[in-house]
Each structure stands twice: as structure tokens, then as C-alpha cells.
Design a protein around this ligand. Structure first.
Ligand SMILES: NC(=O)c1ccc[n+]([C@@H]2O[C@H](COP(=O)([O-])OP(=O)(O)OC[C@H]3O[C@@H](n4cnc5c(N)ncnc54)[C@H](OP(=O)(O)O)[C@@H]3O)[C@@H](O)[C@H]2O)c1
Length: 332
């Protein structure tokens, strides 16, 4: 790799002191981590997990210091012995990226070849990171629900945490496929935007009944990235035999439910994991994100775009639950 610089500009989370510090530093290229493939990173994004990875009490970072950024898109500058080509446009997310291996908030990344997804035709690097880990997780959720038997004519589908990354992409993907979507949000000011993404109805988070384990059978399916009491309320209001795809925990990890939704209504809890999702399924779902799962309002999902210098503020916002849509990180 003769033409790689000896050091790269990177945002590092340093947890060696009493609290984590985020600092722009020059990182020796030799320290980028193990892997066969070197990618010149053009875009990354801000995910909830990036916020956790940048904090000592987030319990996500497994190396110190760490370049956070659980997703990235860019161009291969050294394919190593892989089947990739120099100049090929790719994206990477999940596995150890941005957690136990330096991630997307640096000009270059070095990663194992079997983490790499060739960018599907029809998606630019920027569009790929508009979707990012959150969008991929939304797509995995929709795929899981459809594999379970959900179809657009089946009835209304609920999306919780709808103004966030996973939620807003789920609203847009489902609407694009002809589903009748009800969006649950804690942000009244996001209602018009959610309707513009395709939500037929927008419900305030406070209107969810979290007190009763069985409620009126309402939803033909649900995408939940909130967990906690919200997931319990979703389980209680699914129709007979319906499923919820559960991916997140912004509302808490304990789910105060009973066995009744499962044993009296045959409802199904589908676990969604983007991190260890096998690479073949990962590549196949990305190909679909550029085609039949492409969000109807892809460009409108990117609500903010920041350079590396402004990532710390964006990470604080997402941890506060104040972010709307997807924040892109312009790396180089
Ligand atoms: N399983 C996986 O592989 C996977 C992949 C990606 C993300 N995730 C998880 O999915 C979740 C969402 O990630 P994201 O990147 O989309 O984050 P995000 O952009 O912050 O979205 C989360 C949304 O949850 C809602 N929310 C926040 N705090 C809440 C609270 N206390 N009670 C109820 N709702 C609350 C907010 O939406 P409203 O204001 O609209 O209600 C917020 O926008 C996170 O827990 C993340 O770790 C998991």
C-alpha cells in the first residue's frame, strides 16, 4: 500500500480518563486494525449505538481508544487478497466495526473482506449511509415480518420510535410497499414529517396503553426499536397470529408483559439483529434496499449532515432522544 498516508484523520473516543473524551486526532495508518481490505471512507452516519460507543458508561466500546462509527461507505483502495477491486464502491457495518475495531469516523478503514458489502447498483455512497445500520435494521424487520406472512392488505402496521433512524426508515420502506402505517412518536413536531414519509396516522407515544397485557387486537404487524413498556404495549395489541419485529431498547430493556399475548393470541416476537447477520443475507437485503425495499422518501430521511468535527454534538443529541431521521457524517 504505497500510496496510503502514514496517518489518517480520525475521531477517537478515549476512555483512559474518568470520562470518555472525543477528539479529532491523527491516527497512524498502521493502527487502523486487522483486515485485508482498506477503504477510503466518504460517508458514515450517526446511530444510537455510536452514542453509546463514545461513552464510558455506554458499555459498548471494547477497545480503547476507539474510532466509533458502526457503518461506513467508501471506495476500496487496497483489496488485499480479496475478490474486491481497487476503486470498487462498498459499504461496511456490523460485526466489530466501531465497537471492537476502528469504525467509520476516520478517513480510512481497514476491515476483513468478509465484512464488506459491494454497493448495490442504484445506491450512491451517501444514499447507503442515509440508510446505514438503522436503515438496514428497518429493512431486516420488514423482511422478517413478510417472511412471517405479513402482506400490505393485511391491515395497519405499527412503527414505534418512528422519528428515529430505524423507525423513520421503516415508515418509509413500509409505505413504499403499500402498507398502511401508524407511526408512534414522542415528538409532536415530527408528525407532519412522518406523514410526508408515508405514515397514514401518527400517534403520540403517551397514548400507548402500557398497563394492560391484552388490549384490542389492532395491528397486523409492528416494527419496534424501543423495547421496554412500548414493546409490551405492542404485544398486547397485535392481532391474532401477528408478529412484531423487535430490534432496540431506547425505551428500556425490561419488557413488562405476560404470556397471554403468546398463548391466547399466538402472537410472535421476531428478534432482529444487524450485527451478526450473516454476510450473504446482509448482501441480499442491501440489494433489495436498492430495489423493492428502497424507501419511498430516501432523500428526505437525511435530516442532517455533519463533518467529523461536529459528530460529538450529534452523538449527544441521539442519546438524548432528540434526533430526527438520519444524520450523515461527511468524512472526506
Ligand atoms: N438490533 C440491531 O441490530 C439494531 C440495529 C440498529 C439499532 N438498534 C437499536 O434500535 C434502537 C434505535 O436505534 P436508532 O439508531 O434508530 O436510534 P434513534 O435514531 O435515537 O431512534 C430511537 C427513537 O426511539 C424513541 N425513543 C427515544 N427514547 C425513548 C424513550 N425513553 N421511550 C420511548 N421511545 C424513545 C425516539 O423516537 P420518537 O421520539 O419518535 O418516539 C427516538 O428517536 C436503539 O436501541 C438501537 O440500539 C438495534
Amino acid at each position: 500500500m504505497s500510496d496510503l498516508p502514514s496517518s489518517v484523520r480520525a475521531l477517537l473516543a478515549d476512555a483512559s480518563g474518568p470520562e470518555s473524551r472525543l477528539e479529532l486526532r491523527s491516527l497512524p495508518t498502521a493502527d487502523l486494525g486487522d483486515g485485508d481490505v482498506v477503504v477510503a471512507v466518504s460517508w458514515s452516519s450517526v446511530n444510537y449505538k455510536d452514542g453509546l460507543a463514545s461513552r464510558k458508561d455506554g458499555k459498548v466500546a471494547r477497545i480503547d481508544p476507539l474510532v466509533p462509527g458502526i457503518d461506513l461507505a467508501g471506495t476500496v483502495v487496497d483489496p488485499g487478497s480479496s475478490a474486491l477491486a481497487t476503486g470498487q464502491r462498498v459499504l461496511v457495518h456490523g460485526y466489530d466495526l466501531g465497537v471492537a475495531h476502528h469504525g467509520g469516523y476516520a478517513e480510512y478503514a481497514r476491515v476483513p473482506a468478509d465484512w464488506v458489502v459491494p454497493l448495490p447498483d442504484g445506491l450512491s455512497e451517501r444514499q447507503a449511509m442515509t440508510l446505514g445500520t438503522a436503515g438496514f435494521t428497518a429493512a431486516l424487520s420488514v423482511v422478517a415480518l413478510e417472511e412471517h406472512g405479513l402482506t400490505p392488505g393485511a391491515g395497519p402496521v405499527l412503527v414505534t420510535g418512528a422519528s428515529g433512524g430505524v423507525g423513520s426508515v421503516a415508515v418509509s420502506v413500509l409505505a413504499g410497499r403499500g402498507y398502511e402505517v401508524t407511526a408512534v412518536t414522542g415528538k409532536a413536531e415530527a408528525a407532519d414529517w412522518l406523514r410526508s414519509l408515508g405514515a397514514a396516522d401518527v400517534v403520540d407515544r403517551s397514548a400507548l396503553d402500557v398497563s394492560r397485557p391484552l388490549q384490542r387486537e389492532t395491528w397486523a404487524g409492528a416494527v419496534d426499536c424501543v423495547g421496554g413498556e412500548t414493546l409490551a404495549a405492542v404485544l398486547a395489541s397485535l392481532r391474532y397470529g401477528a408478529a412484531v419485529a423487535a430490534s432496540g431498547n431506547t425505551g428500556g430493556v425490561a419488557v413488562p408483559t405476560t404470556v397471554f399475548p403468546f398463548i391466547l393470541r399466538g402472537v410472535n416476537l421476531l428478534g432482529i439483529d444487524s450485527v451478526r447477520c450473516p454476510i450473504e443475507r446482509r448482501r441480499a437485503v442491501w440489494a433489495r434496499l436498492a430495489a423493492d425495499l428502497r424507501p419511498a422518501s430516501l432523500e428526505d430521511l437525511a435530516t442532517d449532515e455533519v463533518p467529523l468535527e461536529e459528530v460529538p454534538g450529534a452523538l449527544a443529541r441521539i442519546l438524548d432522544g432528540g434526533a430526527r431521521g438520519r444524520t450523515l457524517v461527511r468524512v472526506s
